[in-house]
Write a protein that binds this ligand. Structure first.
Ligand code: PGA
Length: 263
């Protein structure tokens, strides 16, 4: 695991985007990017969008796969993840909407939503770089605590904490759906690289647990300890409960030139 501690949220977005762009440039314009909703990756997307617009990053043939979707929200509902990803990713990065995929959360054919999504990811050749946020309870995607560490895309029931956290986007907590379809932890592990971004003291406990705690389904993001190329980019408040923060900074201060990111 590579842990990058940045001064503030702005620096997290700059570093997260530089890391994703480095991987995307190595793959080429047909890169497959895994994208997340939530507030955490927004500054990463803004930095990536700036690179696309100034011509230093070519995503003209890119494909994107979102992590998750609510069950039962019409896709044109402003809080559906279809709509959210369209607003925050597809439009900003200038992606072809036909190549931006979001799990099918419609009630019809829900039983097959997971296997259809897994097949679509496979048909695209797999995800080259997965952008992740993390929930305060340690979830990645909507893999709530006790999710199987080898799970694949399927329906899940949102944890009360997640519904409470996401109620800010709805008129009332009662409007937050109860179920979702989410990539599994096994699906996320299959991405060739993972870049997780987190900011703020409300994420400090989850970050300490997934980076330095045991691999445990009680903090689903801890499964990333099993990933060969996982980069965790956090600001100082989100890093405050890490016991080895000085070491992570020491590692990054002493990276050989060929491993250094130009941020
Ligand atoms: P946030 O959500 O980025 O809005 O904090 C993250 C998540 O719940 O995965």
């Amino acid at each position: 695991m590579e842990v990058i501690i940045c001064q503030d949220e702005e620096a997290v977005g700059a570093y997260g985007a530089a890391k994703v762009a480095q991987i995307a440039r190595a793959v080429g314009p047909s890169v497959v990017i895994g994208v997340a909703t939530g507030s955490s990756p927004l500054s990463t997307y803004a930095n990536l969008a700036a690179m696309v617009h100034d011509g230093t990053l070519d995503l003209s043939d890119a494909t994107a796969f979102a992590l998750d979707e609510y069950v039962g929200l019409p896709i044109d509902h402003p809080q559906s993840y279809h709509a959210t990803i369209h607003r925050t990713v597809t439009e900003q990065l200038g992606l072809d909407p036909a190549r931006v995929h979001v799990p099918d959360g419609s009630l019809e054919n829900l039983q097959t939503a997971g296997e259809r999504y897994e097949a679509a990811i496979k048909a695209a050749g797999g995800v080259d770089v997965q952008i992740l946020g993390i929930g305060a309870n340690g979830h990645v995607g909507f893999n709530e605590p006790t999710s199987s560490l080898s799970s694949r895309t399927r329906m899940k029931t949102l944890a009360p904490r997640t519904r409470a956290d996401n109620a800010r986007y709805f008129d009332s907590i009662d409007d937050v759906p109860i179920h979702c379809v989410t990539q599994g932890l096994g699906t996320i592990l299959d991405a060739r690289h993972v870049v997780l971004v987190a900011t703020g003291a409300q994420k400090a406990n989850a970050i300490a647990a997934i980076v330095e705690g045991p691999v445990s389904s009680m903090f689903p993001g801890s499964v990333l300890q099993l990933h060969q190329y996982a980069t965790i980019v956090v600001d100082e408040p989100a890093a405050e409960l890490l016991t080895m923060g000085a070491y992570y900074k020491h590692v990054n201060d002493n990276l050989p030139a060929w491993q250094r990111l130009d941020v």
